[in-house]
Design a protein around this ligand. Sequence first.
Ligand SMILES: NC(=O)CC[C@H](N)C(=O)O
Length: 195
Amino acid sequence: MTSAAPAVGVFALQGDVREHLQTLTALGADAFAVRRPAELDRCDGLVLPGGESTTMAKLARTFELLDPLRKRVAEGMPAFGTCAGMILLADRIVDGAVGQETIGGLDVTVRRNAFGRQVDSFEADLPFRGLADTVHAVFIRAPWVEHAGPDVEVLAEAEGHPVAVRQGHLLATSFHPEVDGDGRVHRLFLEMLQR
Ligand SMILES: NC(=O)CC[C@H](N)C(=O)O
């Protein structure tokens, strides 16, 4: 990094927080856990990890983070959601829990647990737009993008459905680049912070 390390929070009320913190730190970011609004205030950008999206939304509501998160994302703070994090960034959910809330911002409809129970978890090497080599993608009860609005750029697909998307300051993957990944997708996100 040429300038000061960007302050990148990882939503840490639930989910695979540690893997993201390690990946971001290895790439030179000032990475820290976000559990309170004051920690969110420090963020130049935010990662929403994998986990369980209904639980994450409920906890965010309980800990009075949901509305501050919506506000920061709506104001343009870069955010990167992986798996459950993608669901949290989506404007619309298919097969969500009744009344399931999201942060929103990404003009997509995501289908939860889309790849079906028989393949709850799988791995694939996927071409990824903007990256020279394929990305090793680990899917764990993953969503896919069922419908994407006109401003959404599809970066990767699996089984004919978008599994990595970008829209302006928002990046989301159905899979877990923080697990078994090489940091290239996180680096892409850190580049979005420099703009
Ligand atoms: N690995 C994951 O993040 C799974 C997401 C989970 N199926 C959900 O709906 O929240």
